[in-house]
Design a protein around this ligand. Structure first.
Ligand code: TRP
Length: 332
């Protein structure tokens, strides 16, 4: 059976984009593949979170993974730092990760531009760590978005280079994976493309947002003065709201408002109200599970322990084999 690996940065709460984009794929995959889903807490150290924030966000992500339907019996859900073998492999793989290629990574260049005062070695070698996350379980399928394509290419480069250097056929090539050809695009509420925290808090509907907060955010979403001509194309901000409606509302609700738009009879107040109600309904099951699971320390600990055990077993085997391949043999 093929192995799926995916990590999520533990920088905070999951939003609708994560849910309909990544998580719904994860939930489907766990029935077909050997899945490892982890919280990338080591990766998040590049930005120096406080210990309290780090612990809180890691716990949140575990809770939200579970609430979204990832089943700890079917999948391995673990916290990256619970498997220190990943950090050991990262050391080995860094010996064959070259400055030039690391510096050329788009995500790195973006960070250098946006955060010139914190260009640390961990940031530079982020792709090595990500490669190790995947290689350590011999993952071949990685459910990630377009923005991670280059990191996956680097993962293949590092694995292949290791194989060539030691004349082995050890690491496999991993590729991006999605059930649909088009990744479901979840636009944000700020009128500018994909939902994401980088567009501001108001852009995102979080899985843990209360009903009142969802309503408020949707009612305040960016819109405009309304159509002035029949059947005119929708400006981005309006199209975004319709795209969201397509995801959370019934087909005839969508058709109803689309028709009102095309006949210049739409009232954005009513439209948003409907969108907000449908969004509240669509997210209800996850929201109530989040509340339920978040209060159960024992269950969370049990899941994390089980995940750490399963992931460590796979990781220990890989690191042992890699040590042998490299020639790190004990003298005693
Ligand atoms: N870099 C990924 C992101 O920013 C997170 C990540 C870390 C990851 N390690 C991974 C994703 C391994 C897939 C596999 O979204």
């Amino acid at each position: 059976m093929e192995t799926v690996v995916s990590g999520i940065r533990s920088t905070g709460k999951l939003h609708l984009g994560n849910y309909y984009g990544a998580l719904s794929n994860f939930v489907k995959m766990q029935d077909e593949y050997n899945c490892f889903f982890f919280i990338a807490d080591l990766h998040s150290l590049t930005t120096h979170p406080t210990p309290q924030d780090l612990q809180k966000t890691v716990r949140n992500v575990v809770v939200e993974y579970l609430a979204a339907g990832i089943d700890p019996e079917k999948s391995t859900i673990y916290v990256q730092s619970d498997v220190p073998e990943v950090a050991e492999l990262y050391l080995y793989m860094n010996m064959n990760a070259y400055l030039g290629e690391l510096e050329r990574a788009t995500a790195f260049k973006d960070k250098v531009r946006s955060n010139p005062d914190n260009v640390n070695a961990g940031l530079l070698t982020y792709p090595t760590l990500m490669a190790c996350d995947i290689l350590i379980h011999h993952g071949t399928k990685v459910p990630v978005g377009k923005d991670q394509e280059q990191h996956l290419e680097m993962t293949r480069t590092f694995g292949n280079r290791f194989n060539r250097l030691y004349d082995v056929d050890y690491f496999k090539e991993a590729f991006a994976f999605s059930y649909s050809d088009k990744l479901v695009k979840i636009p944000g509420l700020a009128g500018q493309g994909k939902m994401g925290k980088s567009n501001g808090e108001a852009d995102c509907i979080y899985l843990s947002d209360s009903e009142a907060v969802i309503r408020k955010k949707v009612m305040r979403a960016v819109s405009d003065g309304g159509p002035t001509e029949e059947n005119q194309p929708k400006p981005d901000a309006i199209q975004n709201l319709f795209d969201l409606m397509k995801v959370v509302s019934a087909e005839d609700t969508y058709a109803h408002f689309d028709n009102l738009y095309n006949t210049c009879n739409i009232r954005y107040g009513d439209f948003k109200k409907q969108l907000a109600e449908d969004m509240v309904l669509a997210t209800e099951p996850v929201r109530s599970r989040i509340e339920f699971i978040a209060g159960d320390d024992e269950y969370i600990a049990k899941v994390a322990r089980l995940g750490a055990e399963k992931a460590s077993e796979s990781a220990r085997k890989t690191v042992k084999e890699v040590r042998e391949i490299i020639g790190l043999k004990k003298l005693f």
